[in-house]
Each structure stands twice: as C-alpha cells, then as structure tokens.
Design a protein around this ligand. Structure first.
Ligand SMILES: C[S@@+](CC[C@H](N)C(=O)[O-])C[C@H]1O[C@@H](n2cnc3c(N)ncnc32)[C@H](O)[C@@H]1O
Length: 245
C-alpha cells in the first residue's frame, strides 16, 4: 500500500536531509528522557508517521521500560510498520492509535505527557492553527514537559514567530537547531508554568489539503523560475537599419 505519506517517509534515506533532521530530533528525545526523574515517562507523538524518531531512541535507551507512549497516526501502512518495529524491539509501552490527531480526544488517557513530539506538523497547517496548538499544549503537558517540534524555514520563515508563540504559551526555549544546507529546523521547549487541566474534544489544528499546505506552497514557489524562461519572452524584432522600410 502506498500513499503520499509513505512516499514522504522514503526521504528517510542515508545522508538525506530528513535523516539529518531525524538525528537532531532523536538527540533531543534522548536528552528529554535522560532528564526525567525516576518513574513513568509519558510520551505523546502527534501525527507520528511510522514513529521512527521515538522508537529508534527507545530501542537502546535505559529508560525505555519506563515509557508509556501514545502515537497517533492516520495512515494505516505507517502505523503498521511502526507497530511491527515496536513489537520487534520489545517496546511494550508503545500504544498506537489509528485516528485523527488533530483534536485532544486522541490523547484521552495519555496525559499529562512528559514529552510531546510535534514533528512534521507545523508545515502542514495554517499559522493560526500553529499558534492555537502551541497555546493548547499545556493542557496535554505534565510539569516541565518537553515539546520537540519541527518546521521548515522556507520563505516567509515562520520559525522566529513560532519561537515567540511558545513563551507566550508558558514555554521556555531549550534549543533551536537548523540543519545545514536545508531549510529544516528542530525546536525544543520546556513547559515553564503548571500544566492546565485536560479537556477532550478540543480542536488543535486542521491538517490542510496538499495544495494549501505552507510546505507545498513553498515547494511550488521554489520550482517557479524567478524570471520568464527564454521561450516565454517574445522574440525581439531584428533592427532595421535607419531609413529603410
Ligand atoms: C510530515 S509526516 C510526519 C511524520 C512523523 N512525525 C515524522 O516527523 O517523521 C506527517 C504525518 O501526519 C499524518 N497525518 C496527517 N493528517 C493526520 C491527522 N489528521 N491525524 C493523524 N495523522 C495525520 C500523515 O499520515 C503523516 O504520517
């Protein structure tokens, strides 16, 4: 079975930009797990894909047995691939949900989370929805929860604004890493206020249709030549010598 998102995951090939992004995300996940006190660590992955960011870390992390993770993903083939990886690696604390990740209902029973992954989401929703999601994240978060997020820095680069929305919502920035030679970036924020009570049924965002996504619009702009190609310019008339008709 193939789909747009199965294709997208093929970008995780050795040396590819997405793989370099993955390395940064996984380093941040490792640090977040290392920093949690003894006991259960709750993790939520919003639009998890095949979950390789988290699963790849859990495969070798000493706190893996403490992790209770909810991975929410809507593409069945990706979820199945991730589920198989989790079973292969004996990750019994990983729970997959094949459902819409865009409302808080998907996270009933998985909160308050100590670590939230919002990777590959912000390039596919409106600016307003990014802000709305960030402002609602404290309802999913435990005290000092970490949020790891990604966003392309394609023009107009929204990441400075996003980095401003996190403090507005009560988060402190831990790091912001750009991936050299790409527009990709990975942000990490820690909740600096008390988490807020969780409420189901609240819309966080709407995943946009392909042609309306900021990431698609950026790709299309990049593909468009900056000036008209030679064939599109009217051929210039040969100059007649003065005085001739
Ligand atoms: C850009 S990929 C990111 C996957 C993963 N987080 C990563 O960074 O590797 C976006 C993912 O969102 C999933 N998705 C899209 N709309 C969704 C929705 N409403 N609910 C859950 N998942 C959704 C897609 O199937 C896809 O796997």
């Amino acid at each position: 079975m193939s789909s747009e998102w199965v294709e997208w995951h093929r970008g995780y090939a050795p040396g590819q930009p997405l793989t370099r992004r993955l390395q940064v995300v996984q380093a941040r996940i490792r640090e977040a797990l290392d920093s949690r006190p003894p006991g259960t660590i709750r993790v939520i992955s919003i639009c998890a894909g095949d979950g390789r960011d988290l699963l790849g870390v859990l495969a070798t992390h000493p706190r893996a047995r403490d992790v209770r993770a909810r991975l929410v993903e809507i593409t069945p083939a990706l979820l199945e691939a991730g589920r198989e990886t989790a079973i292969r690696d004996g990750l019994t604390g990983v729970e997959w949900r094949l459902e819409d990740a865009s409302t808080t209902t998907a996270y009933v029973g998985a909160t308050p989370a100590d670590l939230l992954l919002v990777c590959g989401v912000f390039g596919n929703i409106t600016d307003e929805d990014i802000r709305n999601t960030i402002h609602l994240l404290p309802e999913l978060c435990a005290r000092a929860a970490m949020v790891i997020w990604t966003r392309g820095r394609f023009e107009p680069d929204l990441t400075p604004t996003i980095r401003g929305w996190f403090p507005e919502a009560g988060f402190a920035e831990v790091s912001f890493v750009t991936i050299p030679g790409t527009t990709m970036s990975v942000g990490t924020h820690r909740l600096a206020i008390e988490g807020r009570p969780f409420l189901p049924g609240i819309r966080l965002f709407t995943f946009l249709p392909y042609e309306e996504r900021p990431s698609t619009l950026a790709k299309n702009r990049k593909g468009r030549p900056s000036r008209a190609p030679p064939s599109a310019t009217p051929p210039s008339r040969p100059r007649r010598p003065r005085g001739t008709r």
